[in-house]
Design a protein around this ligand. Structure first.
Ligand code: 4NP
Length: 145
């Protein structure tokens, strides 16, 4: 799960998907394309909305996306089109590139390319919306894998 800062959207995506999958069988992780929040806890508003739905993400610490993720993971879900460009720029093969997709393409028809809006500068309702969108997408991912 990849966003920009790895403190708002992708930590939620990681927590939600983990809550739907068997941790003995699936490795789920998140990171950001930027380095500015490395080592930080998720944003307190992400922690709150996750807790409201019974999911604890306080154990997560922000990290930066690196090329190594292409070797480790089968799927790389990004939140928005800028994340997509930034991650694709680090791909070294067609196989790497084929792992990357917008997470909301899991729940919308092909070609629509919706983005998970960045809630960082907005209010709490932005985080409720992000949770709602990611929960639906993660449900679809869990069904698929
Ligand atoms: P995220 O949100 O990419 O969902 O973690 C953001 C967090 C921090 C900033 C931007 C987006 N920032 O500019 O610091």
């Amino acid at each position: 799960m990849v966003c920009l800062g790895n403190i708002c959207r992708s930590p939620l995506a990681e927590g939600i998907l983990k809550s739907k999958l068997d941790s003995n069988r699936y490795l789920v992780n998140s990171s950001g394309t930027a380095s500015f929040h490395i080592g930080k806890l998720p944003d307190s508003r992400s922690i709150s909305v996750a807790e409201k739905h019974g999911i604890n993400i306080r154990n997560q610490r922000a990290s930066q996306f690196s090329q190594r993720s292409f070797e480790i993971y089968d799927y790389i879900f990004v939140m928005d089109k800028q994340n997509y460009k930034d991650v694709i720029a680090l791909a070294v093969s067609q196989d790497d590139k084929s792992k990357v997709s917008l997470i909301l393409n899991q729940t919308t028809s092909e070609g629509i390319d919706l983005e998970v809006p960045d809630p960082y500068y907005g209010g709490d309702e932005g985080f409720d919306n992000v949770f709602f969108l990611l929960n639906k997408a993660c449900e679809a991912i869990a069904d698929r894998v």
